[in-house]
Design a protein around this ligand. Structure first.
Ligand code: BTN
Length: 321
């Protein structure tokens, strides 16, 4: 079956493209074009259809494009990049394929995007970045507690260099702006406790959410909420990969300690009261006093200082008013 995204890529928002022209271009029938385009609503895409004239996008889409990305990636980039239209989850695919270190897989659309704590991650077609990177760490899994924090710094650096402001980090793996969560990081590890470990680092970033997506996603924000320019997807993906290529080797060599103060400077809950919820539902309330040198969260509770590793815990703010 012809993929709807292959067809949507033939359209633009400036002028109508005729079904006949698309059919000719792709060597298919006009009815196949029409059938595939009726599914565009499944991807949250509205089309303008004019009988006898053709189809037009209501909003332009900047598709990910290998040649544009190469213009923005550092010339010595270590990454080998694969772009796909649709996949269930870029994290799952790289893990299942046992993909080599430095592989990057970016998708326009995920049918089963995975979030932390077994949640789903929903992107928006043309309005998100959804990608995963494989990185091999020499020091083993026990040294990776601060990895999601280092990745958060890479995201913040890339966006701040592009002019986005008021970004904040929430332990262990969220990037936020004032209005809500902009990006999430899902890290899945395999390897030995002490020997080399491979990390699949999955990143989902909201560039432009539709009204419906804002309603469905709890506390989600997009880059239009962060006071920067209209985001260019290829340039932004390349900028993030450039930052990752800079920070990850250093993190492997030196650990999280040299990054701690930079992370804390963006920490949205530094010094605030928060509630820690364990997978069994147990709650601990305390004041967040910062991050340890290895990336653990330090919290002062009624029963003393607690040092918390990411695991499956989640964190909620406690109102002090
Ligand atoms: C979170 O829950 O905050 C983490 C979300 C991570 C989502 C990204 S999207 C690309 C990659 N593939 C997935 O299935 N998940 C991650």
């Amino acid at each position: 079956m012809l993929h709807t995204l292959t067809l949507l890529r033939q359209l633009n928002a400036d002028e109508f493209t005729s079904g006949e022209a698309i059919a000719k271009q792709l060597g298919i029938s006009r009815s196949a074009v029409s059938a595939a385009l009726t599914r565009s609503g499944d991807y949250g895409i509205e089309l303008e259809r004019r009988h006898g004239v053709g189809y037009k996008l209501t909003q332009p889409i900047e598709w990910l494009d290998q040649s544009i990305l190469s213009q923005y990636l550092n010339a010595n980039t270590p990454f080998s990049l694969q772009l796909v239209n649709e996949i269930d989850s870029t994290n799952r695919a790289l893990r299942q394929e046992n993909a080599a270190p430095l592989s990057v897989l970016a998708a326009e659309w995920q049918t089963a995007g995975r979030g932390r704590l077994g949640r789903h991650w929903v992107g928006s077609l043309g309005g998100s970045l959804l990608f995963s990177v494989v990185w091999r760490f020499s020091g083993g899994m026990t040294r990776l507690a601060g990895l999601s924090l280092a990745v958060g710094i890479a995201l913040a650096r890339a966006l701040e260099k592009k002019g986005y402001q008021d970004l904040g980090l929430k332990w262990p793996n969220d990037l936020l702006c004032k209005k809500g969560k902009l990006a999430g990081i899902l890290i899945e590890l395999s390897g030995d406790a002490l020997g080399p470990a491979d990390a699949v680092i999955g990143i989902g970033l909201n560039l432009r959410l539709s009204k419906e997506e804002r309603l469905h996603a709890d506390h989600a924000a997009d880059l239009s909420d962060c006071g920067g320019p209209l985001p260019a997807r290829n340039a932004l993906l390349a900028a993030i990969l450039n930052e990752l290529a800079d920070i990850l080797p250093r993190f492997d060599e030196e650990g999280f300690a040299p990054l701690r103060s930079e992370w804390e400077a963006r920490h949205i809950w530094q010094g605030q009261m928060a509630k820690l919820i364990s997978p069994d539902g147990k709650e601990n309330v305390g004041r967040i006093i910062g991050i340890a040198e290895d990336g653990a969260l330090r919290m002062a509770g009624e029963d003393g200082l607690k040092v918390i590793y990411a695991g499956d815990v989640s964190l909620r703010k406690v109102s002090t008013e």
